[in-house]
Design a protein around this ligand. Structure first.
Ligand SMILES: Cc1cc2nc3c(=O)[nH]c(=O)nc-3n(C[C@H](O)[C@H](O)[C@H](O)COP(=O)(O)OP(=O)(O)OC[C@H]3O[C@@H](n4cnc5c(N)ncnc54)[C@H](O)[C@@H]3O)c2cc1C
Ligand code: FES
Length: 262
């Protein structure tokens, strides 16, 4: 259930350059969590005047919730530099998350950069539900979360934009298209930069394949009140401005209206 709670930091670890795993104590008031949901987080002791920052759940267990954070500005810098024992103010769980009421028999997960993180919980949930899960992860040059994905994926495929020994060199979407050429029955779930999601959308359309995209939008309130996160979504032939923090951040792949330049 959506709540605001102060959570103690269990650990913060730099898992790749500028990428941190933040582990927080889980509060029972948050209730059930879904892959694809996010929390608005701010370091408690230095909260004002910073807005809370939206960060996706990467994984969780009964006691803890793990967030994987890329340090890009002041808010994420404070979260990444926090120490065990400090407190984070957390609002959540927010957003619709992935609908797993009916799970596909086979799925392909496509993640790019920090967009790989929320797919971990999805891979875990799908695998537990008996879905055969192939995971494709794309990075610039330093893969992370690999061992965690390896533990649940039936097939794990890593691509790096810069050449790194042992990994496919190039775009992760092209890697998937080549590897699964002609395989269109798998449900595709993707999270990454808009340019990547747009490419996934176009690829799915050309292959007649179904999928869902976990999208990102700049946010302020995170609870549906300010419309900062409104995103054009096409449903039944009409474009609606839907709030990424309430109706999203997960949408059917064919519904998301991307800027033609993306
Ligand atoms: C639903 C959702 C889930 C997210 N999940 C994660 C996650 O799991 N891990 C993670 O590291 N980040 C995630 N983000 C992005 C994260 O919220 C932003 O990086 C963060 O708010 C930046 O705050 P800042 O104060 O550090 O940087 P700012 O000072 O606010 O900005 C620094 C730079 O980052 C860019 N930036 C800020 N916000 C975003 C954004 N939403 N998307 C793209 N660029 C942005 C700005 O344009 C600027 O160039 C998510 C965002 C959304 C909306
Ligand atoms: S961030 Fe305010 S409505 Fe979504």
């Amino acid at each position: 259930m959506k709540s605001i709670r102060d959570l103690k930091i269990v650990s913060t670890d730099e898992i790749a350059q500028g990428i941190f795993a933040l582990v927080l104590e889980r509060h029972p008031d948050f209730g059930d969590l879904k892959p694809g949901q996010f929390f608005n987080l701010a370091l408690k002791s230095r909260e004002l005047p910073l807005l809370k920052r939206p960060i996706s759940l990467s994984t969780w267990d009964d006691q803890t919730m793990t967030f994987v954070i890329r340090k890009v500005g002041k808010g994420t810098e404070l979260l990444c530099a926090a120490k065990p024992g400090e407190w984070v103010s957390a609002v959540g769980p927010l957003g619709n998350g992935f609908d797993l009421a009916q799970t596909p028999s086979a799925a392909t997960l496509l993640g790019g950069g920090i967009g790989t993180a929320p797919l971990l919980a999805l891979a875990e949930a799908l695998s537990a539900a008996g879905t055969k899960v192939n995971v494709y992860l794309g990075y610039l040059n330093e893969p992370y979360l690999i061992e965690a994905f390896k533990a649940v994926a039936d097939g794990l495929f890593i691509a790096t934009m810069e050449p790194v020994e042992g990994f496919y060199h190039g775009n992760v979407v092209e890697y998937w298209m080549n590897q699964e050429s002609g395989v269109t029955q798998r449900h595709v779930y993707s999270c990454g930069p808009d340019a990547m999601l747009h490419m996934v959308q176009l690829s799915l359309k050309s292959r007649g394949q179904k999928g869902h995209l976990l999208t990102e939008e700049r946010m302020a309130c995170g609870i549906g009140a300010c419309l900062t996160c409104a995103k054009p979504i096409e449903q039944d032939g009409e474009v609606h401005m839907l709030r990424t923090c309430i109706e999203g951040p997960v949408f059917k792949a064919e519904e998301v209206v991307f800027n033609a330049n993306e």
